[in-house]
Write a protein that binds this ligand. Structure first.
Ligand code: S3P
Length: 430
């Protein structure tokens, strides 16, 4: 288990293009495998999480061509019913997205599959997906009544249900949308606080029987999906480490190219602007995904509050936003974020512990944290807690540290951002 040394203080300066979006890369594979015909994606994210989805689909007979290092996948889809019974367990590593979205797809298949993951994934709650899928007619077994992997699923004849997505989880919503394409009757999903809508964009573009009416989504049995080809937008959740890092350190100046600006993902930019960040955004494309350029200049930020209704639009950016809050003038309150406790690790706990270790003034709350900004951090040894975003956030914290932040247990960074360290060193100016 490797450790990384981040020597502070520093600034970020220069041009930067983030790696492909993780959420879109997973969906590109799944939609590609179920479509009829060839889909080609450029800028596919070659990170462990997405490669687990790719492998799982291959184990079920999907024809996917991918040469490591090309960031290109070609998927020769053979239709909604083309997947075959896997001859071994589907091992999904650390990837909650792989497990939850695949459960939705598998619910509609006529075979058994067993889904497993690493210790972190085996402790993440799956009932939120397995319960509604069972209501639709899938048979799912696992510890705690289908809440924890390993999960055994036997799909079959499904029926549509009405579902209220109270957790505003895009993974739950997406699983049900996949299953809904196999179900008799309509599957209706209501979502009051919107979560990321990449699946909906794929459904529309590939011609599924799908409608959106305000807060209500309706999907019906879909016999055929069109193949799609696209360049996958840069991941704003990966870019976040450099956007927030630059925004919070005076003297920084970073231009981020080809980054996804899907409005269901950009809550972080609104929060940073409220904190007084100097950010300019230019939208270049809007369909099928919003894409553009972000220019960030560093300045001392001011404290702010982040509340429940904003959380889904910035859920993955909260660890690094907590770093910015810990440096911002005045007080910041993060609340309504208890979902952070069931991510790859309990991110409220991991970030509070780590921020305290480097001299921040942070208090852990059941659903967030109360933070009083300091002017500088100091060096210390901290732990990733096995969580990629905690590890990278602590690397970014070193920009404001007098000393070195040693992050232990950093192999996990490869789950979402294998080239993080290269980009970090490319942009870092001391
Ligand atoms: C994701 C949705 C989010 C996010 C995760 C990716 C997706 O999870 O945290 O990294 O691709 O749908 P939830 O939908 O469970 O909040």
């Amino acid at each position: 288990m490797s450790q990384l040394f981040f020597q502070g203080p520093g600034q970020f300066r220069g041009p930067y293009s983030p790696p492909g979006d993780k959420s879109i890369s997973h969906r590109a594979l799944l939609f590609g495998a179920l479509a009829e015909g060839k889909s080609v994606y450029e800028n596919f994210l070659e990170a462990e999480d997405c490669l687990h989805t790719l492998e799982a689909l291959k184990v079920m007979g999907a024809d996917i061509l991918h040469e490591k290092g090309t960031r290109r996948v070609q998927i020769y889809g053979k239709g909604m019913h083309s997947l075959a019974a896997p001859h071994k367990e589907l091992y999904l590593g650390n990837s909650g997205t792989s497990m939850r979205l695949l459960l939705g797809v598998l619910a509609g298949q006529r075979f058994d599959a067993v889904l497993t993951g690493d210790p972190s994934l085996s402790h993440r709650p799956m009932r939120r997906v397995t319960e509604p899928l069972k209501l639709m007619g899938a048979q799912i077994k696992g510890r705690d009544n289908g809440n924890f992997a390993p999960l055994m699923i036997h799909g079959g004849k499904l029926r549509g249900i009405e579902f209220d997505n109270k957790l505003s989880s895009a993974q739950v919503k997406s699983a049900l949308l996949f299953a809904g394409m196999y179900a008799e009757g309509k599957t209706i999903i209501r979502e009051v606080v919107p979560s990321r809508d990449h699946t909906e964009r794929f459904l529309r573009a590939s011609g599924a029987s799908f409608r959106i009416d305000g807060e209500t989504l309706a999907i019906e049995k879909t016999e055929k999906l069109q193949p799609l080809s696209a360049r996958i937008a840069g991941d704003i959740s990966s870019a976040a480490f450099f956007i927030v890092g630059a925004a919070m350190t005076p003297g920084s100046d970073v231009v981020i190219y080809d980054v996804g600006l899907n409005p269901t993902r950009t809550g972080m930019l609104d929060v940073l602007k409220r904190m007084g960040a100097r950010i300019e955004i230019q939208v270049q494309e809007t369909m099928p995904e919003v894409l553009g350029t972000i220019h960030v200049w560093g300045t001392r930020l001011k404290g702010t509050g982040i509340k429940h209704s904003e959380i889904p639009s910035l859920i993955d950016e909260l660890p690094v936003l907590m770093v910015a809050m810990a440096l911002a003038e005045g007080e910041s309150l993060l609340s309504g974020a208890s979902e952070l406790r069931v991510k790859e690790t309990d991110r409220i706990h991991s970030m509070v512990q780590n921020l305290k270790a480097i001299g921040a003034s942070v208090e852990e709350l059941p659903d967030g944290s109360l933070i009083r900004g300091v002017e500088v951090f100091h060096g210390a040894e901290v732990d990733s807690f096995g969580d990629h975003r905690t590890a990278m956030s602590m690397g970014v914290a070193s920009l404001a540290a007098r000393g070195t932040i040693v992050v232990k247990n950093t192999d996990c960074i490869a789950t979402s951002y294998p080239s993080f360290l290269d980009d970090y060193h490319h942009l870092l100016k001391s």
